[in-house]
Design a protein around this ligand. Structure first.
Ligand SMILES: [Mg+2]
Ligand SMILES: [Zn+2]
Length: 217
Protein backbone atom coordinates (compact mmCIF):
# COMPACT_ATOMS: atom_id res chain seq x y z
CA UNK A 1 0.00 0.00 0.00
CA UNK A 2 1.37 3.36 -0.95
CA UNK A 3 1.73 5.79 1.91
CA UNK A 4 -0.18 9.03 1.61
CA UNK A 5 2.00 12.09 1.91
CA UNK A 6 0.71 15.45 3.03
CA UNK A 7 1.60 19.04 2.31
CA UNK A 8 0.66 21.76 4.81
CA UNK A 9 -0.25 25.36 4.03
CA UNK A 10 -0.31 27.37 7.23
CA UNK A 11 -1.48 30.90 7.92
CA UNK A 12 0.76 32.90 10.28
CA UNK A 13 -1.14 35.59 12.24
CA UNK A 14 -3.41 34.07 14.87
CA UNK A 15 -2.62 30.56 13.60
CA UNK A 16 1.10 30.02 14.20
CA UNK A 17 1.02 32.90 16.69
CA UNK A 18 -1.44 33.12 19.57
CA UNK A 19 -2.48 36.63 18.59
CA UNK A 20 -2.88 38.38 15.24
CA UNK A 21 0.41 40.28 14.98
CA UNK A 22 -0.70 42.62 12.23
CA UNK A 23 -3.94 43.50 13.97
CA UNK A 24 -2.12 44.12 17.26
CA UNK A 25 0.37 46.45 15.58
CA UNK A 26 -2.46 48.38 13.92
CA UNK A 27 -4.57 48.55 17.09
CA UNK A 28 -1.60 49.95 19.04
CA UNK A 29 -0.07 52.30 16.47
CA UNK A 30 -2.91 53.54 14.26
CA UNK A 31 -5.13 56.45 15.16
CA UNK A 32 -8.94 56.33 14.83
CA UNK A 33 -10.44 55.10 11.58
CA UNK A 34 -8.52 51.85 11.08
CA UNK A 35 -11.47 49.64 12.05
CA UNK A 36 -13.60 51.00 9.21
CA UNK A 37 -10.75 50.39 6.75
CA UNK A 38 -10.31 46.86 8.10
CA UNK A 39 -14.05 46.14 7.73
CA UNK A 40 -13.88 47.18 4.07
CA UNK A 41 -10.94 44.81 3.58
CA UNK A 42 -12.84 41.98 5.26
CA UNK A 43 -15.79 42.63 2.94
CA UNK A 44 -13.32 42.50 0.01
CA UNK A 45 -14.08 46.10 -0.95
CA UNK A 46 -10.40 46.99 -0.54
CA UNK A 47 -7.34 45.04 -1.62
CA UNK A 48 -4.69 44.21 0.97
CA UNK A 49 -2.36 46.74 -0.63
CA UNK A 50 -4.92 49.56 -0.63
CA UNK A 51 -5.94 48.68 2.92
CA UNK A 52 -2.31 48.74 4.11
CA UNK A 53 -1.63 52.09 2.44
CA UNK A 54 -4.74 53.68 3.96
CA UNK A 55 -4.05 52.19 7.38
CA UNK A 56 -0.38 53.22 7.53
CA UNK A 57 -1.47 56.82 6.90
CA UNK A 58 -3.15 56.69 10.30
CA UNK A 59 -0.07 55.51 12.17
CA UNK A 60 1.18 57.79 14.93
CA UNK A 61 4.58 56.07 15.02
CA UNK A 62 6.34 54.52 12.03
CA UNK A 63 9.74 53.64 13.47
CA UNK A 64 10.96 50.04 13.66
CA UNK A 65 11.37 50.33 17.45
CA UNK A 66 7.63 50.88 17.90
CA UNK A 67 6.91 47.74 15.87
CA UNK A 68 9.59 45.73 17.60
CA UNK A 69 8.21 46.38 21.10
CA UNK A 70 4.93 44.80 20.03
CA UNK A 71 6.41 41.90 18.07
CA UNK A 72 8.52 40.87 21.05
CA UNK A 73 5.40 40.17 23.09
CA UNK A 74 3.96 37.75 20.50
CA UNK A 75 3.96 34.07 21.42
CA UNK A 76 3.91 31.06 19.17
CA UNK A 77 0.92 28.76 19.55
CA UNK A 78 1.28 25.63 21.69
CA UNK A 79 2.60 22.58 19.92
CA UNK A 80 3.84 24.43 16.86
CA UNK A 81 7.44 23.30 17.28
CA UNK A 82 6.31 19.70 17.80
CA UNK A 83 4.21 20.02 14.65
CA UNK A 84 7.24 21.24 12.66
CA UNK A 85 9.31 18.35 14.04
CA UNK A 86 6.56 15.87 13.08
CA UNK A 87 6.46 17.22 9.50
CA UNK A 88 10.23 17.11 9.22
CA UNK A 89 10.37 13.50 10.42
CA UNK A 90 7.66 12.49 7.96
CA UNK A 91 9.04 14.59 5.12
CA UNK A 92 5.83 16.62 4.78
CA UNK A 93 6.46 20.13 3.44
CA UNK A 94 5.13 23.15 5.36
CA UNK A 95 4.55 26.45 3.57
CA UNK A 96 3.61 29.53 5.56
CA UNK A 97 1.17 31.66 3.57
CA UNK A 98 0.61 35.04 5.18
CA UNK A 99 -1.13 38.21 4.09
CA UNK A 100 0.95 39.87 6.83
CA UNK A 101 4.58 41.03 6.69
CA UNK A 102 7.99 39.45 6.21
CA UNK A 103 9.61 41.52 8.92
CA UNK A 104 7.87 40.00 11.95
CA UNK A 105 7.52 36.49 10.48
CA UNK A 106 11.28 36.40 9.98
CA UNK A 107 11.90 37.75 13.49
CA UNK A 108 9.55 35.29 15.23
CA UNK A 109 10.74 32.23 13.29
CA UNK A 110 14.36 33.15 14.02
CA UNK A 111 13.63 33.65 17.67
CA UNK A 112 12.03 30.19 17.83
CA UNK A 113 14.99 28.65 15.97
CA UNK A 114 12.78 27.63 13.02
CA UNK A 115 13.59 27.78 9.33
CA UNK A 116 10.49 27.45 7.17
CA UNK A 117 9.58 28.74 3.73
CA UNK A 118 7.11 31.59 3.92
CA UNK A 119 5.26 33.83 1.47
CA UNK A 120 4.21 37.25 2.73
CA UNK A 121 4.02 40.92 1.91
CA UNK A 122 7.12 43.06 2.38
CA UNK A 123 7.37 45.98 4.75
CA UNK A 124 10.22 48.47 4.49
CA UNK A 125 10.89 51.09 7.11
CA UNK A 126 12.04 54.26 5.38
CA UNK A 127 10.80 57.84 5.68
CA UNK A 128 7.36 56.30 5.29
CA UNK A 129 6.26 52.69 5.64
CA UNK A 130 6.50 51.00 2.28
CA UNK A 131 4.54 47.92 1.35
CA UNK A 132 5.28 45.56 -1.52
CA UNK A 133 3.18 42.60 -2.62
CA UNK A 134 5.43 40.33 -4.68
CA UNK A 135 3.06 37.36 -4.32
CA UNK A 136 -0.13 39.02 -5.51
CA UNK A 137 -1.99 37.46 -8.42
CA UNK A 138 -3.28 39.28 -11.48
CA UNK A 139 -6.38 37.06 -11.57
CA UNK A 140 -7.28 37.87 -7.99
CA UNK A 141 -6.40 41.53 -7.50
CA UNK A 142 -7.45 41.55 -3.84
CA UNK A 143 -4.93 39.62 -1.78
CA UNK A 144 -1.45 40.96 -1.09
CA UNK A 145 -0.36 37.35 -0.99
CA UNK A 146 -2.71 35.30 -3.11
CA UNK A 147 -2.74 32.10 -1.08
CA UNK A 148 -5.00 30.37 -3.58
CA UNK A 149 -2.59 30.98 -6.47
CA UNK A 150 0.36 29.81 -4.34
CA UNK A 151 -1.38 26.58 -3.32
CA UNK A 152 -2.03 25.79 -6.96
CA UNK A 153 1.68 26.30 -7.66
CA UNK A 154 3.15 24.54 -4.63
CA UNK A 155 0.87 21.53 -4.29
CA UNK A 156 2.15 18.38 -5.90
CA UNK A 157 -0.22 15.81 -7.35
CA UNK A 158 0.60 12.85 -5.12
CA UNK A 159 0.13 14.82 -1.94
CA UNK A 160 -2.98 15.45 0.11
CA UNK A 161 -3.09 19.15 0.85
CA UNK A 162 -4.03 20.53 4.23
CA UNK A 163 -4.84 24.14 5.11
CA UNK A 164 -4.57 25.57 8.64
CA UNK A 165 -5.94 29.03 9.34
CA UNK A 166 -8.22 31.36 11.23
CA UNK A 167 -9.23 34.45 9.24
CA UNK A 168 -10.87 35.92 6.17
CA UNK A 169 -7.71 35.75 4.03
CA UNK A 170 -8.01 31.97 4.49
CA UNK A 171 -11.56 31.61 3.09
CA UNK A 172 -10.58 31.26 -0.54
CA UNK A 173 -7.49 29.00 -0.18
CA UNK A 174 -9.32 26.70 2.25
CA UNK A 175 -11.65 25.76 -0.60
CA UNK A 176 -8.75 24.46 -2.68
CA UNK A 177 -7.38 21.76 -0.37
CA UNK A 178 -8.27 18.24 0.79
CA UNK A 179 -8.49 18.98 4.53
CA UNK A 180 -8.99 22.14 6.57
CA UNK A 181 -8.11 22.89 10.18
CA UNK A 182 -9.81 26.07 11.28
CA UNK A 183 -10.69 28.35 14.14
CA UNK A 184 -12.57 31.63 14.56
CA UNK A 185 -13.84 33.28 11.36
CA UNK A 186 -12.51 30.54 9.08
CA UNK A 187 -14.24 27.88 11.15
CA UNK A 188 -17.57 29.73 10.97
CA UNK A 189 -17.11 30.25 7.26
CA UNK A 190 -16.43 26.55 6.58
CA UNK A 191 -19.37 25.51 8.76
CA UNK A 192 -21.67 27.95 6.95
CA UNK A 193 -20.67 26.34 3.64
CA UNK A 194 -21.28 22.89 5.07
CA UNK A 195 -17.66 22.02 4.37
CA UNK A 196 -15.98 19.30 6.36
CA UNK A 197 -13.55 20.98 8.73
CA UNK A 198 -11.50 20.09 11.82
CA UNK A 199 -11.65 22.72 14.51
CA UNK A 200 -8.45 23.36 16.48
CA UNK A 201 -7.15 25.57 19.26
CA UNK A 202 -3.48 24.74 19.05
CA UNK A 203 -1.09 22.47 17.19
CA UNK A 204 -1.44 19.65 19.70
CA UNK A 205 -5.02 19.26 18.47
CA UNK A 206 -3.72 19.12 14.90
CA UNK A 207 -1.13 16.47 15.76
CA UNK A 208 -3.81 14.36 17.43
CA UNK A 209 -6.06 14.59 14.40
CA UNK A 210 -3.16 13.82 12.05
CA UNK A 211 -2.51 10.64 13.99
CA UNK A 212 -6.12 9.61 13.40
CA UNK A 213 -5.87 10.47 9.69
CA UNK A 214 -2.66 8.49 9.33
CA UNK A 215 -4.26 5.51 11.04
CA UNK A 216 -7.07 5.76 8.53
CA UNK A 217 -9.81 6.61 11.03
MG1 LIG B 1 -4.71 34.65 10.51
ZN1 LIG C 1 -6.28 35.97 -4.00
Amino acid sequence: MEKISYVFFVDFDGTITKTDVCETIIAKLAGPGWKEINKKWERKELSTLACAKETFKLFTRKDPEAFQEIVETVEVNEGFKAFVAYCQTKGYPIYILSDGYDYYIEYILNREGLTLPYYSNKLTFSADLEVATPHHSKDCGLCGVCKTALIQQLRKKAEKSIYIGDGSSDFCPAEKVDYVFAKKRLLNHCLSLGRQVYSFNNFKDILNQMQRLEEGQ
